[in-house]
Design a protein around this ligand. Structure first.
Ligand SMILES: Cc1cc2nc3c(=O)[nH]c(=O)nc-3n(C[C@H](O)[C@H](O)[C@H](O)COP(=O)(O)OP(=O)(O)OC[C@H]3O[C@@H](n4cnc5c(N)ncnc54)[C@H](O)[C@@H]3O)c2cc1C
Ligand SMILES: NC(=O)c1ccc[n+]([C@@H]2O[C@H](COP(=O)([O-])OP(=O)(O)OC[C@H]3O[C@@H](n4cnc5c(N)ncnc54)[C@H](OP(=O)(O)O)[C@@H]3O)[C@@H](O)[C@H]2O)c1
Length: 518
């Protein structure tokens, strides 16, 4: 009997997983809570565009339509692109919409038995033991539940969607005392454009946060409301934001996303010579960072508006916490429709917010938390077993400890896609799905559980040397990571034609198309 594979989520990760699982001759079922495909791209604010240049945010074997000319297409165009991909590879019939997975339960093996395993799933193979996943699904229209069974589950539920991260406040200092409206960026993004525009029209809006959602939201509000009702953005920390991927006309990818630039950084599991080289070349790494910082200080009024970070650009790279500025951000700051304030702490009063260094409350009508997501908690919540829930925690509560960023060493017959952070989440998830399909097809052998457990720890230990807040971000060693997956799949990890290109040309999605030909 054909092994049953269930995928949870039909965002980019779930669609990619579906496509590659179909290629190995299995017929997955994709459970999607929403009534359409595309995941978080169906629920973004009106002004959202992709951050990456278009050619980096694409499927390896399905280019953007030639009618799309912009470097950073809008969210609408992304939706069209994702839909065309799903149509082209006939993925839609495999998706069951309005089907929310309430929990998943691994049945058939005792906890004691599983704890004694030396090999993943008992024998190291994808459909290893006698265990089976029971997936409880709720029909979001009639709230009926049913249990579906599968030998393998792929969780593609999204790290940046579904569960918001909201700061906690002592009683009497939180939103309960505020007379205005409080919401999370996710809830604002879920509104249709007209309702969202009405909600903020002629209101004093305050946005909390200093990364991409905060920049986008604050700019959108400033554009809509102008100087008569300025939007205030409150930042706890300042991060490096670039206008685009060009530094003095030079593509940033040549400084950061080729093999040459990876020589300057320590990589997990590197041998002695590479480690020595990374140490010897560290002044160059510093120099690259300074080059970018100088360009940004030269071109943007960072100091004037208190937006000069007190850490290096490189550090933001390591943490995936740099971003691309919305086009009109500084125009709006200069004209006064966007006001920047820095505050480590804040609390609510009846009229607004109490922030550091101000004697009177900041009067406001709407507060929007652009404070990120709680993806790990969402992942924990989907497991019925408290033991599996605890496995998700990881050592720091910030990184889910996954072998190859795909498989938890102690959770059998299950993979997780979309929980690593990269520069472009299409291609980083696509190569993972290619790896996963090869694994399910029996072409990749896993080491024993103890060895598997060492791998995420090695990544964490290596990259935390650069920043102790590192969170599963592989941007600075993405090629090194992809090399490892290619080697597992027994395909050539050197994807360029010629030595010079191999060393200096930036790597991108099309370098990894069709890694394994059937
Ligand atoms: C506003 C925004 C803009 C972004 N822009 C970029 C960008 O420019 N470039 C980039 O590389 N990355 C970007 N990202 C990161 C982005 O998250 C990825 O690009 C990518 O879309 C993630 O896809 P995913 O499938 O992993 O997750 P999601 O898109 O979140 O999809 C998860 C899917 O799983 C479904 N689901 C969740 N739980 C369940 C359940 N229990 N049962 C059934 N279904 C469930 C959800 O309904 C959803 O459809 C952005 C993120 C955000 C929030
Ligand atoms: N393509 C696009 O246009 C686009 C748009 C939006 C989002 N995205 C992507 O989506 C992902 C999520 O981005 P995001 O901006 O929503 O979330 P995020 O990157 O997790 O940023 C969360 C922000 O909230 C702040 N924060 C968290 N807790 C706080 C607290 N208690 N008090 C004050 N501030 C607090 C953080 O401050 P610190 O910095 O001080 O920690 C940070 O600035 C990222 O990958 C991003 O690139 C892309």
């Amino acid at each position: 009997m054909e092994k049953r594979v269930a995928i949870v989520g039909a965002g980019l990760s779930g669609l990619l997983a579906c496509k590659y699982i179909l290629e190995i001759g299995l017929h997955p079922i994709v459970f999607e809570a929403d009534d359409g495909i595309g995941g978080q791209w169906r629920h973004t604010i009106e002004s959202t565009k992709i951050q990456n240049p278009r050619q980096d945010f694409q499927f390896s074997d399905f280019p953007w339509d030639s009618s799309v000319k912009e470097n950073n297409p809008s969210t609408e165009k992304v939706q069209v692109y994702i839909n065309s991909y799903a149509q082209h590879f006939s993925l839609i019939p495999y998706v069951r919409f309005n089907s929310k997975v309430i929990d998943i339960d691994y049945v058939g093996e005792s906890n004691e038995e599983m704890k004694s395993w030396g090999l993943w799933s008992g024998n190291g193979s994808p459909f290893g033991s006698k265990g089976i996943w029971h997936i409880t699904i709720e029909d979001t229209k009639n709230f009926r539940t049913e249990v579906h069974k599968a030998e393998f589950v792929i969780l593609c539920i999204g790290k940046f969607s579904g569960l918001s991260n909201i700061p906690e406040f002592p009683f009497g200092k939180g939103p309960e005392v505020f007379k205005g409206k409080v919401m999370h960026s996710m809830d604002y993004a879920a509104l249709d454009n007209k309702t969202a525009a009405e909600l903020i029209k002629n209101k004093r809006v305050t946005v909390i946060g200093s990364r991409k959602s905060a920049h986008d939201l604050a700019t959108e509000c400033a554009v809509k409301n102008g100087v008569t009702h300025p939007c205030t953005m409150i930042l706890r920390n300042v991060h490096w934001f670039i206008p685009n991927f060009k530094i003095w006309g030079f593509n940033l990818a040549f400084l950061y996303f080729n093999r040459f630039s990876e020589l300057f950084v320590h990589k997990p599991g590197e041998h002695f010579l590479l480690s020595l080289l990374a140490t010897l070349l560290s002044p160059l790494r510093w120099g690259m960072s300074k080059l970018v910082e100088t360009y940004l200080k030269w071109n943007l009024p960072l100091k004037k508006y208190g937006l000069l970070p007190n850490h290096s650009f490189h550090q933001d790279m390591y943490k995936c916490s740099f971003g691309v500025l919305p086009e009109l951000f500084y125009d709006k700051v200069k004209e006064g429709s966007l006001v920047i304030k820095k505050s480590q702490n804040f609390s609510f009063s009846k009229e607004g917010l109490i922030i550091d260094g101000e004697t009177k409350p900041l009067e406001t009508d709407v507060v929007i938390f652009a404070t990120g997501f709680n993806g790990n908690q969402k992942l924990r919540n989907i497991f019925k077993s408290p033991i599996f829930q605890n496995y998700i925690n990881g050592s720091t509560n910030a990184n889910v400890p996954l072998y190859r960023q795909i498989i938890h060493p102690r959770i059998p017959q299950l993979a997780i896609i979309g929980y690593g952070q990269a520069l472009s989440h299409i291609y980083s998830n696509e190569i993972k799905c290619q790896w996963l399909a090869q694994f399910l097809d029996g072409n990749i052998k896993l080491p024993n559980i103890k060895e598997m457990e060492k791998e995420p720890k090695l990544w964490e230990d290596t990259l935390k040397k650069y920043d102790s807040n590192w969170k599963s971000c592989i941007v600075t060693c993405a090629i090194w990571y992809n090399d490892q997956l290619c080697k597992d799949m027994k395909c050539n990890h050197l994807r360029k034609k010629g030595l010079l290109k191999e060393v200096f040309e930036p790597y991108g999605p099309t370098d990894y198309s069709g890694l394994v030909h059937k």
